[in-house]
Each structure stands twice: as structure tokens, then as C-alpha cells.
Design a protein around this ligand. Structure first.
Ligand code: SF4
Length: 97
């Protein structure tokens, strides 16, 4: 009778699931810390104000300040870090750190 109780078909899963979840949370926290420490920098001395970066930014965090004729960043923490703007800028005015 005791042996039948061992094979109920219920997996001993909860501890494993908990460990996986904790790992994912730790990874997310570490990734977030990494992202928070990075910045999007625009060299205003180089920027032409062409707007290419603003046009291709998928997060819409870049725009051209028309008065100063340079690109600006609204919120660098929302950057996807794929460096599309950095590669597209014709004068190398953007740096993702
Ligand atoms: S692509 Fe480069 S030069 Fe053009 S607005 Fe953006 S930072 Fe300035």
C-alpha cells in the first residue's frame, strides 16, 4: 500500500519551478542594473541635426531640437541598446555606453 502512494503521477516540480523563477528574476534585475548604467550620448559638436537617428529609433527616445539643430535624448533608460542609431549616424555623433 505504501509503495502505491509514491507513484501518484504528481511531479515533484514546485521546488524546481521556484529555483527557475528565482534565476529569471535575478537575471532581470542584473540586466536592469546594466541598462540603468548605460547612457545614450550625442556629441553636439558633431551632430548635423539631420534626424536620421530620430527616424529610425524604435523606442522614439530621440528627437531633433530644431532651435539648437541637434539630436536629443528623452530617456536613455528606454534604449534597446541595439545601436541602430549609432551605426546610422553619418558623422558618428551617437555613442551608446
Ligand atoms: S543621425 Fe547623427 S547627425 Fe543626424 S541628428 Fe542623429 S546624432 Fe545628429
Amino acid at each position: 500500500m505504501a509503495a502505491e502512494g509514491r507513484f501518484t503521477g504528481v511531479p515533484a516540480g514546485p521546488p524546481k519551478i521556484r529555483r527557475r523563477t528565482e534565476t529569471k528574476v535575478k537575471d532581470a534585475v542584473n540586466l536592469n542594473r546594466e541598462t540603468m548604467n548605460r547612457t545614450v550620448e550625442i556629441d553636439e559638436g558633431l551632430c548635423l541635426g539631420c534626424g536620421i537617428c530620430a527616424d529610425i529609433c524604435p523606442r522614439r527616445i530621440l528627437y531633433v531640437d530644431e532651435k539648437a539643430n541637434v539630436a536629443r535624448v528623452t530617456d536613455g533608460s528606454k534604449c534597446d541598446r541595439l545601436r541602430g542609431c549609432e551605426r546610422a549616424c553619418p558623422v558618428g555623433a551617437i555613442k551608446i555606453n
